[in-house]
Design a protein around this ligand. Sequence first.
Ligand SMILES: C[S@@+](CC[C@H](N)C(=O)[O-])C[C@H]1O[C@@H](n2cnc3c(N)ncnc32)[C@H](O)[C@@H]1O
Length: 197
Amino acid sequence: MTEMSSFSRFFVNLFTGRENRRRFQWLSAYLRLPPRPQCLEVGCGNGDFAVRVLGGLGPTQYLATDLDPRQIEVARRHLARLYPGGLPPALDLRIADMLALPLSDASFDAVFAFGVLHHASAEHHDFTNVPRALAEIDRVLRPGGSFAYEEFLHNEKIRAWLSARGYTIAAVGHPWKRETVLAIKSGGTAGLVSGGR
Ligand SMILES: C[S@@+](CC[C@H](N)C(=O)[O-])C[C@H]1O[C@@H](n2cnc3c(N)ncnc32)[C@H](O)[C@@H]1O
């Protein structure tokens, strides 16, 4: 696992608004969640994606997590600016490592991981730790739950890992040099989607 350099952190925190609007718009066409879902985000960066989900899906819980305490502070400040009246009660920010999530089994209807999975190993091209992160996400996701992620590395291997564990790849998008995927865990009925691309 790795923390980002100050240089990377600067860029990640700069461009997120537009990226997250695009991601949420894309996902909204495919996501089928139960009413008032419980959502987890790993590697939340500045926390901006939470705003899209809180506004668009009305979750009962949105837990935004990141390994880096400085990112959680950035997220807290970013969200405090966007919610001047106080953070929504459903929103919680917590330091957590996606390789060892301090969370109960089967406790979320959706997990989001944008640009994070390649951080599982110190060397981003090294796939070794990515299955550990995926296994943790799988553990905390309910049967039928939705896992949405975006990556520019390891995409075939990640999809193969998910398919081997019974996930349905419900939708795949290809924004610039990346792949955005919505995968549905087997069992349950919550995340069933009718199509993909
Ligand atoms: C490229 S940034 C993406 C941030 C955000 N998801 C976005 O799209 O703007 C990667 C984030 O993953 C976090 N991260 C790195 N390793 C992690 C780990 N093992 N567990 C959780 N978060 C991690 C970093 O601190 C950083 O905030």
